[in-house]
Write a protein that binds this ligand. Structure first.
Ligand SMILES: Nc1ncnc2c1ncn2[C@@H]1O[C@H](COP(=O)(O)OP(=O)(O)OP(=O)(O)O)[C@@H](O)[C@H]1O
Ligand SMILES: [Mg+2]
Length: 318
């Protein structure tokens, strides 16, 4: 328990073009060997958070660290070592493969860039391909010659060759057939055990999040509104936005099917977010205080952090 978290974000903000507040005061930690889920509607800042973690987007404010060391500092001092340590699986796996390069070249390029011992890396690559169920002849193919599921596996292989500690997976199963999604998830879970990996997993699929993750963070308009053990979150969401988001998934609890919470109003813009609590314009249980006073992310017991003046208000009502 006393061990330092592998990943820590403290008060991290990202502002694009001086106006777009994609992340606002995000505080998050991820223990080594853990799987953290990240959910929230489109535009809430999930991909931006992933990009900050892997060093693709510099934070405008706040501190991001991996392994106790600041990410911008690691990138400045030892960029290659950092890029091996942290790997990202991209939202669009197929588009992330160079169309004019054979997959063999794509997979071997990082080995050359990082000057990994050749024979050893080749052996590891062969082992990984086999482990991922990719036939050896995939190396001679081009991206358009393989299926979506295989493209994801190639992305995973490319990440694993680097022997990373942390894998940031942005919608790794999006666009795949349900059965292929399940296979890929099982594979990611097995690999986590085998290679002692830590995952941040972004998904719109709440069943995936529930099945795979130990903790989940819920984002709304660039902020984390709740971070909790996954099971506790799904059983009883504390933040009204979490409650609404989870209620959109009937498969989670058929008995609650009739009690879907439909949020009223438009999603506000991150360029001009509402004052007070950012969710008050759509919150079914908002009080006058919520319109003026922004709640802080606060501990409410059972290892849960919530950014709400009236946690559980919506769950209790139901
Ligand atoms: N490079 C950029 N320049 C300007 N605005 C950006 C940039 N990248 C993201 N944004 C904006 O930041 C906000 C958060 O975007 P982000 O892609 O992180 O959301 P997301 O939660 O990943 O959404 P989705 O579920 O659709 O993938 C959005 O309003 C988006 O338009
Ligand atoms: Mg995204």
């Amino acid at each position: 328990m006393s061990e330092l978290p592998l990943v820590a974000l403290q008060g991290v903000s990202v502002v694009f073009g001086g106006r777009v507040r994609a992340l606002d005061d995000v505080t998050l930690s991820l223990e080594r060997g853990d799987i953290l889920g990240l959910v929230g509607e489109s535009g809430s800042g999930k991909t931006t958070l992933c990009r900050v973690l892997v060093g693709l987007t510099p934070p405008t404010a706040g501190r991001v660290s991996v392994g106790g060391q600041s990410v911008p500092e690691q990138l400045a001092r030892e960029p290659l070592a950092f890029r091996r340590r942290v790997q990202m699986l991209l939202q669009d796996a197929v588009a992330s493969l160079s169309p004019r390069m054979t997959l063999g070249r794509t997979l071997r390029e990082p080995i050359a860039i990082h000057r990994l011992p050749r024979a050893e890396a080749e052996q590891r690559l062969a082992g990984i391909l086999q482990r991922l169920g990719l036939p050896a002849d995939v190396l001679a193919k081009y991206p358009h010659q393989i299926s979506g599921g295989q493209a994801r596996r190639v992305g995973v292989a490319r990440a694993l060759v680097m022997q990373p500690e942390l894998i940031v997976a942005d919608e790794p199963t999006a666009g795949l057939d349900v059965s292929v999604q399940g296979e890929l998830l099982n594979l990611l879970l097995d690999l986590q055990q085998e290679f002692a990996l830590t995952y941040l997993l972004v998904s719109h699929n709440l069943n995936v999040i529930r099945r795979v993750t130990r903790r989940t963070a819920v984002m709304y308009l660039g902020q984390i509104v709740e971070q909790a053990p996954t099971q506790a979150l799904f059983e009883k969401p504390a933040h009204p936005y979490s409650a609404a988001l989870l209620s959109t998934n009937p498969a989670i609890d058929p008995a609650r099917r009739a009690r879907r919470i439909v949020l009223q109003g438009e999603i506000p813009s991150v360029v001009n977010p509402p004052p007070g609590c950012r969710f008050h314009t759509r919150c079914p249980v908002a009080q006058p205080r919520c319109k003026t006073e922004a709640p802080a992310l606060a501990e409410v017991g059972d290892g849960r952090l919530v950014r709400c003046h009236f946690p559980y208000a919506l769950s209790l009502q139901r």
